[in-house]
Design a binder for this molecule. Structure first.
Ligand code: FAD
Length: 549
């Protein structure tokens, strides 16, 4: 296919879509999904491909919950193997391969180096055993390599050599989590050809019941006071860490153990790593990840009980920052990394099912489905395994409604996009990246904005992506655009402020924002960024009421 003949994809969120969505909310649906993270997006995608009329309701922005705050790994779960969670490791490995094949440019291979230190670290023989099993589970990912400290030292010049006894290299994969949600959602909506709707800023605040059975959900936009009702015989709760709060509407007791995981972001020049590292924390041996991601270095994560207030943004605690910096001091002593070096931070809450383990890290990450009073709740699980979770959720939904057909694992989650279809002369890396993020719409994105193909300074994002997101990706607030559609508010830290005038010039007219609205949005964005991602943040902010007005 030549560039000129590439098809014009139908776009899910066109001009005026939000008003039309609210007006048409009360038409009959086969299925309602609560939650626009990766779990909800995966279910919508497969349900739409099965021909169902499906409605997804997200209280804030798509991916604004845990699905934009992960470690960005589409991973084989080596860590879970250590805890003998074999099924999860096997599923992660299989799904990683599936996603690498299906969405190149968005899910990309990433090599990990795992140095071992003595005394106290994992013994090399145990590591070899684990890696043999791990690579055996996923032969396509290749095998692992044993490395001597001198070789590791050549690659990671700042990494401490003292005590290093051996190291290993193995293959894994990484993604942009928030973009993965958008890709899965938008491809699902396109496949639905008008039969599916994904509405952000639509909070489910109650259930509709008829003759003792589930009949739908009551919905409210907490910013605009808009309210509505949506009817369907099946409602799936994909509310992540908020799943218990949703279940509480039916008087159901809590079953989740919310666990916070936090990350630190550094400029790559300050913590340079050529490829990913897995390190054992010198204090307790927990594995930590260091990733080169979108031009910055990401370090994480912690795993601590989170006193969950559904309306408060999670934020990294002082102890978590100290814990992560302690590991960096031990393994990168010459860099003298300090809090002042932080570009940004990130905290997310794992929707883990409570099994009563003392140590949070021992709680299983496997997902579970509950059917209670006609509400199907899906909890736990990984970003990596979203397709399997969606398949299982739809299979369980069949028990609740005869209208739900059998979902097949053979259904694709995304349409293939060929970088060769993009305009000639484009940098092949950029072509791959755009195809991964926007699928077949990448071509239109570039053609609509021929003058915006240059990158935002210091990033791999091109200006056209901002213009495209503003017009076509259900953006309601500036933080949607800068924290999730693009990650500029995160990867540039305070540096994003210098770009605001250009962003305004490109996006405000498309979004129909006048000067007063723009100023309100900038204030809201700064509050949201500081509350969750800013290194000096932590001021309490309520979810869904981030409005500065
Ligand atoms: P969420 O993304 O939280 O989505 C739930 C959504 O429901 C939210 O957007 C919320 O606003 C919405 N909602 C809640 N209540 C309502 C309501 N009443 N009405 C409407 N909407 C509502 N997995 C990996 O595979 N790889 C990793 O590297 C990885 N790293 C992780 C690191 C950390 C620190 C954490 C915390 C998790 C990590 N995970 C990882 C796990 C993965 O991120 C989560 O399993 C996944 O993102 C959960 O997605 P979800 O859709 O279930 O939840």
């Amino acid at each position: 296919m030549t560039a000129a003949s590439s098809p014009c994809p139908s776009l899910p969120w066109g001009p005026g879509w939000r008003e039309a969505a609210w007006a048409g909310l009360n038409r009959p649906w086969d299925l309602i999904i609560i939650g626009g993270g990766i779990t909800g997006a995966g279910i919508l995608n497969l349900a739409a491909r099965c021909g169902l009329k499906v409605l997804l309701l997200e209280q804030n922005d798509f991916a604004s919950g845990t699905s934009s705050r992960s470690s960005k790994l589409v991973h084989g779960g080596l860590r879970y193997l250590k805890q003998l969670h074999l099924r999860l490791t096997y599923e992660c490995v299989r799904e990683r391969q599936y996603l690498l094949n299906s969405i190149p440019g968005l899910v990309e291979p990433l090599d990990f180096t795992y140095p071992l230190y003595a005394p106290g670290g994992t013994r090399p023989w145990l590591m070899k055993l684990g890696l043999s099993l791990y690579t055996h589970l996923s032969p396509q990912a290749g095998t692992y390599a044993t490395l001597e400290p001198a070789e590791i030292g050549r690659q990671f010049s700042d990494l401490a050599r003292m005590g290093m006894i051996k190291g290993y290299r193995f293959g894994d994969a990484a993604t942009d989590d928030a973009r993965l949600v958008l890709r899965v959602l938008s491809d699902g909506l396109r496949a639905a050809k008008g039969n599916a709707l994904a509405l952000n800023y639509a909070h489910v605040d109650g259930f509709l019941r008829m003759g003792g059975k589930m009949a739908g959900a009551a919905v409210a936009d907490r910013d605009s006071e808009r309210k509505g009702e949506a009817f369907a015989p099946v409602v799936i709760n994909a509310g992540g860490a908020w799943a218990d709060a949703i279940r509480a509407e039916l008087g159901l007791a809590a079953r989740l153990r919310p666990l916070r995981g936090s990350h630190l972001f550094f400029q790559q020049q300050r913590l340079p790593i050529p490829t990913a590292l897995m390190l054992e924390h010198p204090r307790d041996g927990r594995p930590l990840f260091l990733l080169p991601w979108e031009g910055v270095t990401l370090v994480g994560t912690t795993d601590v009980d989170h006193p969950f207030d559904a309306d408060e943004e999670p934020f990294i605690s002082g102890e978590e920052q100290t814990y992560l910096l302690e590991a960096l001091h031990a393994r990168f002593p010459e860099l003298h990394l300090a809090q002042d070096d932080l570009l940004a931070v990130q905290a997310g809450v794992r929707p883990v099912v409570r099994h009563g383990k003392k140590d949070p890290s021992q709680e299983s990450r496997e997902h579970i489905l509950w059917d209670e009073k006609g509400l199907l709740t899906v909890a736990g699980g990984k970003l990596t395994t979203f397709r399997l979770i969606a398949l299982e959720a739809l299979r369980s939904a069949r028990a609740l409604s005869g209208r739900i057909p059998r979902a097949s694992a053979a259904l694709p989650v995304v349409e293939e996009a060929d970088p060769a279809c993009l305009p000639n002369g484009l940098d092949p890396l950029l072509a791959r990246r755009l195809c991964g993020r926007y699928g077949s719409a990448a071509d239109m994105l570039l053609r609509d904005h021929p003058d915006l193909r240059d990158p935002v300074p210091g990033t791999a994002t091109v200006w056209a992506e901002l213009a495209w997101a503003a017009r076509h990706e259900a953006v309601e607030h500036l933080d949607d655009l800068l924290l999730r559609r693009t990650r500029l508010g995160l990867i540039l830290g305070e540096g994003v402020n210098a770009l605001l005038p250009r962003i305004k010039e490109i996006c405000a007219p498309v979004l129909g924002w006048n000067e007063e609205r723009w100023l309100r949005e900038v204030e809201r964005f700064q509050i949201a960024r500081r509350a969750s991602w800013g290194r000096m943040g932590g001021s309490s902010i309520s979810r869904g009421t981030g409005s500065a007005s």
